[in-house]
Design a protein around this ligand. Structure first.
Ligand SMILES: NC(=O)c1ccc[n+]([C@@H]2O[C@H](COP(=O)([O-])OP(=O)(O)OC[C@H]3O[C@@H](n4cnc5c(N)ncnc54)[C@H](OP(=O)(O)O)[C@@H]3O)[C@@H](O)[C@H]2O)c1
Length: 234
């Protein structure tokens, strides 16, 4: 339910139905920007839609339950603490639109938040672990992006200071949908390969948190080490 003075965006011709699961730093700011672009956004958290009234009034997004966020969605953003991923309902994407692109923004922070996850400590890419719990392929995007940059740093295509973010995933069609959406949001992207390669953009890698353009992101991805850094081990 949009407040009377909430920003009313003209839906773009290719307006998409987007579900956002997680309404924190990243989920909240993606809700703000995607509604401003005219997309049909539903947003969910762990406590229920009644706790999302303020964000809904601010943005015009629809507050929903987690299963409702995925229902009929062409894009679903999963942006919750990694340790909460196994709590999401099974079959979450069964009623999503065909070919739904599922964005995973997650990072493994074992010491301060997520606790020890053995499979990841043993070398499984974080997004592969998430995929296994979701039962659906994911596109890893925005995981190294400062949440505030989603609001503060969008720039038009071709601008010399436009930021670039790496995007990894095995579903090429979904990856294209996500990269196009990020372009619309005001960011360049770099194809960082499949999920087997996605360790290159995990926490503490050279690309993680970088604020730079395409060339620097390509270089940073190439310089990554597969060794999990000590700060991100439990
Ligand atoms: N903060 C950043 O700048 C940043 C940047 C890049 C990537 N990331 C990564 O992106 C993910 C989200 O980060 P964040 O900083 O946005 O998190 P956050 O501010 O802590 O927000 C987490 C959100 O997830 C919701 N949530 C938790 N468990 C849930 C569940 N079982 N079902 C549905 N919703 C659930 C919370 O809802 P309730 O409040 O109702 O519990 C809350 O809305 C993390 O993996 C983080 O490492 C963060």
């Amino acid at each position: 339910m949009a407040r009377r003075d909430a920003p009313v965006a003209t839906p773009p011709e290719d307006s998409m139905k987007i579900g956002i699961i997680g309404a924190g730093n990243i989920g909240g700011n993606l809700t703000r920007r995607l509604t401003a672009l005219g997309h049909d956004v539903s947003v969910a958290n762990s406590r229920g839609p009644h706790t999302l009234t303020e964000l809904a009034e601010e943005t015009g997004a629809t507050p929903v339950t987690v299963p409702e966020a995925a229902r009929g969605a062409e894009v679903v953003v999963v942006t919750i603490p990694l340790k909460a991923v196994p709590d999401l309902p099974s079959g979450l994407f069964d009623e999503a639109a065909e070919g739904v692109a599922v964005i995973d923004t997650g990072n493994y922070y074992p010491k301060e938040r997520d606790g020890r996850i053995a499979a990841i400590e043993e070398g499984l890419p974080e997004s592969r672990w998430t995929e296994q719990h979701l039962g659906h392929r994911v596109i890893k995007a925005f995981n190294g992006t400062f949440a505030q940059d989603i609001i503060d740093r969008p720039l038009p295509k071709g601008h010399p200071e436009r930021l670039a973010f790496p995007v990894a995933g095995d579903d090429e069609a979904a990856k294209k949908v996500v990269r196009d959406l990020m372009d619309e949001l005001g960011f360049d992207t770099v194809d960082a390969g499949g999920i087997d390669d996605s360790w290159r953009q995990q926490p503490d890698t050279p690309v993680y948190g970088i604020r730079a353009g395409v060339d620097a992101v390509v270089k940073a991805l190439a310089e990554a080490s597969p060794e999990r850094p000590e700060a991100f081990r439990a």
